[in-house]
Write a protein that binds this ligand. Structure first.
Ligand SMILES: Nc1ncnc2c1ncn2[C@@H]1O[C@H](COP(=O)(O)OP(=O)(O)O)[C@@H](O)[C@H]1O
Ligand SMILES: [Mg+2]
Length: 474
């Protein structure tokens, strides 16, 4: 189905097409581009997308949006002054023509997980378009908007930021009807004076709204601050979710299991019970925000809950991998949290880790990489993980990175599994120590590249189990 015709793209971007075409989607990456999509050649710090225009056509691009003067004979082009501006303009045009109810989610942690849940629950209510992966920044947001189908009833967008002012820009593009803030935590704190300043920056999301609804984390110490911002921005409805009795959507009971959670909650006065296939109280709280959005949008909670049964952990944010490493012995379980980390997310992951029992003979082993962008608080925040790890019944700890050194050095010797400067070097120490039945929690900021350790553990699978594909996510 056509998403954009060449005259529409010309009009939106102020560009000039070399010939007529129509495109089924918009892509900025030739590695993931699908046949029929229009490719926009962006110039980054290291690479220039214009060098990949021929690759885009090879992958089946319908056309390429390029800077004036760029030539290739391989396919239709749209010449524009600046390709990044063209992407933003196409995003704006996508938003302008849409009749969808727009839901945006931001927060210091849990954006992508909540976005995925929103995508599932709204998907059950009507045609829904959601941002892919963590496409939440200056290119991810306009790209997601440019891909918003005209017939979508709901649009779900993740908005992220590392600096003040960024969210104001993104929310002007998205213009949400409903905005969720998952939580406020000291994440990217090196770019801010205080956690209050982070709350203020997250509250910028309201500045792109005309009236509309805010859904805010009641239990967070910065709730009142967020609420004041929402009031000042003139939002019509300010709703809250949390554990506190006074939260409008309230977590009443939460039975935590190693791989699931049974939730009893009241969503804006409606009592519900449901099971999530993603463990952790923090995830249960995120789900409350998503269900509150459904109810605020006038959707049916029972339809949403039925759909929520299909939720599952996002890759790298708690998905479990079972690896058979020895014949007739219990497999190793890997909790893959390699996508991201910050102090709040670490604590949340430890709680789930504590509930995951090793098989007989196995141990609970944490493999942790640096939490980045914490500024001068970094070493202290790393060292402060020692007690929570102990409470989580961790048997052994492996660490890498300069910041994790602060934690590793203060551990009693029998807790120390090994330390290496980076995750690749650490992988060798971890794989040398593995025993059947072990449970691994692998976590660190994306920049710490802890996925190397996950991959190294997966590579230990017995060859025939690999062949049969028994290394499934559990
Ligand atoms: N409400 C929350 N509080 C603390 N940590 C959370 C919360 N929600 C999710 N997390 C954890 O934060 C990490 C990142 O989750 P993700 O959904 O990718 O967030 P983001 O998109 O904001 O980076 C995961 O380890 C996840 O389990
Ligand atoms: Mg994300």
């Amino acid at each position: 189905m056509s998403l954009w015709t060449s005259p529409e793209i010309e009009q939106a971007t102020n560009g000039k097409a070399t010939q007529d075409f129509s495109a089924t989607g918009v892509s900025i990456d030739t590695r993931t581009l699908k046949k029929g999509e229009v490719y926009i050649a962006l110039k980054g710090d290291a690479l220039d997308g214009h060098d990949y225009v021929d690759a885009a056509f090879k992958a089946g691009a319908a056309a390429a949006v390029v800077r004036e003067g760029f030539k290739t004979a391989t396919g239709p082009l749209v010449h524009v002054g600046d390709t990044m501006t063209a992407l933003e303009k196409l995003g704006a045009a996508g938003r302008a023509r849409s009749k969808a109810k727009i839901i945006a989610v931001t927060g210091s942690a849990g954006k992508t997980g909540t976005k995925e849940m929103l995508s599932i629950v709204f998907g059950a209510l009507g045609p829904t378009h959601a941002s892919k992966k963590s496409f939440n920044n200056h290119w991810g947001v306009p790209l997601s908007l440019a891909n918003l189908p005209q017939d979508a009833a709901y649009g779900v967008f993740e908005l992220g930021m590392n600096h003040a002012g960024e969210l104001a820009n993104l929310t002007q593009q998205v213009r949400p009807h409903i905005a969720i803030i998952t939580t406020i935590e000291p994440v990217h704190i090196e770019f801010f004076k205080s956690v209050e300043a982070i709350a203020d920056a997250k509250a910028e999301i309201f500045s792109g709204m005309k009236g509309g609804t805010a859904i805010l984390p009641f239990d967070n110490p910065h709730f009142a601050r967020l609420k004041a911002h929402a009031e000042k921005a003139g939002l019509k409805k300010i709703l809250s979710f949390g554990e506190d009795e006074d939260a409008q959507s309230r977590l009443i009971d939460c039975a935590l299991h190693a791989d699931s959670t049974k939730v009893t909650a009241e969503i804006l006065g409606e009592r519900v019970k449901y099971k999530l296939n993603i463990p952790g109280k923090h995830i249960a709280l995120n789900s409350l925000s998503a269900l509150t959005a459904v109810k605020a949008a006038g959707g049916s909670l029972s339809v949403a809950l039925e759909a929520l049964k299909n939720s599952e952990p996002v890759e790298g944010r708690g998905n479990r991998i079972s690896v058979a490493i020895a014949e007739g012995r219990p497999p190793v379980t890997v909790i893959n949290e390699s996508y991201n980390a910050n102090p709040a997310a670490m604590l949340a992951a430890f709680e789930v880790f504590a509930m995951t029992a090793p098989a007989p003979g196995g141990r609970r082993i944490a493999v942790l990489g640096d939490m980045l962008e914490l500024g001068k608080e970094g070493p202290r925040l790393h060292a402060s993980l020692a007690n929570p790890l102990l409470k989580a019944k961790t048997d052994l700890l492996f660490c890498c990175g300069p910041l994790m050194d602060a934690l590793y050095q203060q551990l009693p010797p029998d807790w120390r599994g090994g330390y290496a400067k980076d995750s690749q070097a650490l992988s060798a120490l971890v794989t040398a120590a593995v025993k059947p039945g072990d449970v691994f929690l692998v976590k660190g900021s994306a920049g710490s590249k802890m996925s190397y350790v996950v991959q190294a553990l997966q590579d230990m699978a017995l060859p025939h189990t690999k062949a049969k594909g028994t290394q499934h996510a559990v």
